[in-house]
Design a protein around this ligand. Sequence first.
Ligand SMILES: Cc1cc2nc3c(=O)[nH]c(=O)nc-3n(C[C@H](O)[C@H](O)[C@H](O)COP(=O)(O)OP(=O)(O)OC[C@H]3O[C@@H](n4cnc5c(N)ncnc54)[C@H](O)[C@@H]3O)c2cc1C
Length: 307
Amino acid sequence: MNETYRQELERLMGGGILFDEPLSRHTSIGVGGCADALVFPGNREQLRDLLSFLRRHEIPYVPVGNWTNLIVRDGGFRGVVIGLKNMNDCRLLQDPASNLLLQAEAGASLSDLINLSATEGLTGLEFCAGIPGSVGGAVIMNAGAYGREIKDALEELTIMDARGMARTWLRGQLQFEYRHFVLPEKDAVILDATFRLSRSKKGIVAEKISEIRRMRKEKHPLEYRSAGSVFKNPQGQPAGKIIDESGLKGLQIGGAKVSEKHGNFIVNVGEAKASDILDLIRTIQDKVLREKGIHLETEVITIGENS
Ligand SMILES: Cc1cc2nc3c(=O)[nH]c(=O)nc-3n(C[C@H](O)[C@H](O)[C@H](O)COP(=O)(O)OP(=O)(O)OC[C@H]3O[C@@H](n4cnc5c(N)ncnc54)[C@H](O)[C@@H]3O)c2cc1C
C-alpha cells in the first residue's frame, strides 16, 4: 500500500493502525503473514468512512472478529484487515412486552453475550458457551453446537454495505446454511445482531453454561492453539470420527498436527506455518476421499496469499 493511502488511513482512523502487522499474532491458531494494515474502527461512522475510502481506491479488505475460525496464508493479506473488537456493546433491549431481546455489536464476544444472558436469566444461547468467537463471526459462520445454531436465536441483523449504508434485516429475510450465512450484500460488514431469548431462572442458565464449558474442556484440545473444527460434518457424520477411522490422528506436517484428542482439530504444536496446516488439510482430504469416498469440506476460512 502506498504512502499516500497510509497517511489517509491514519487521518481517517485517528491513529492506532498497525501497518505491516504479522497476523500470526492475532489468529487463534497462530499463523499468518503480514497485512498491509490492520485497523480497529471504534464506531459506525468511522467504519462507514473507512469503507467508502477503501471502495473509492479499490483497496481489498476483510472484516474479522476474534480470529478463531481463520487461517491466514504465509504471504499475508494485501489490503486492509478490519478488526471489529472495539465495536462490542452488548445490552438488553427495552422490549415492553417481555424484555427478552439481547442486542450485541459484531465485535462483542459470544462469552460476553452469554454471560449477560445468564445474569438476566434468559435461555437460548447456552449452546454458544465455550465457542471463542465474536457475534459477527458467529453469524457469518452460523456457529453451532449441541444441535443448535446461532440462526435459531436470531431476531434481526444490521449490516453495512460496501458503500457504508446500514440496513436492518429480519431473520426471515436472511439465508442460513450449515456453518454458512449468505450475506445479502457483497463485501458487507455485520454491525450488530439482536437475539430473542426465553425467560428462565438465573441459576439454571448459569449451571447449563458451566456444564457445557466443562464438557468442551474434556473433548477439545484447548491446551493447544487451533481454529476449532477444521472440516464440516459430512451428511451429519462427525468429521472427527471419519478422520480417526482413517488412522489420521496424530499425523504431523511441520508444526501442524491432527489432534490426538479430537480428530477434527488441527493444532499448532510449535512454530507451524499456514502452509503446514494447508498441506495437512489436503493430506486428510485425499486419504478420506480415497479410502471412504467422502469429500471433507473445510469449515475454517482461509484468506491471504501464499508466500
Ligand atoms: C477451540 C475452538 C472451539 C470452537 N468451537 C466451535 C463450535 O463448537 N462451533 C462452531 O460453530 N465454531 C467453533 N469454533 C470456530 C469459531 O470460534 C466460530 O466459527 C466463531 O463463530 C468465529 O467467530 P470469530 O469472531 O472468531 O470469526 P473470525 O475467525 O474472526 O472470522 C470468521 C469469518 O467471519 C468473517 N467475519 C467476522 N466478523 C465479521 C463481521 N462483523 N462482518 C462480516 N464478516 C465477518 C471473517 O471475514 C471470516 O470470513 C471454535 C474455534 C476454536 C478455536
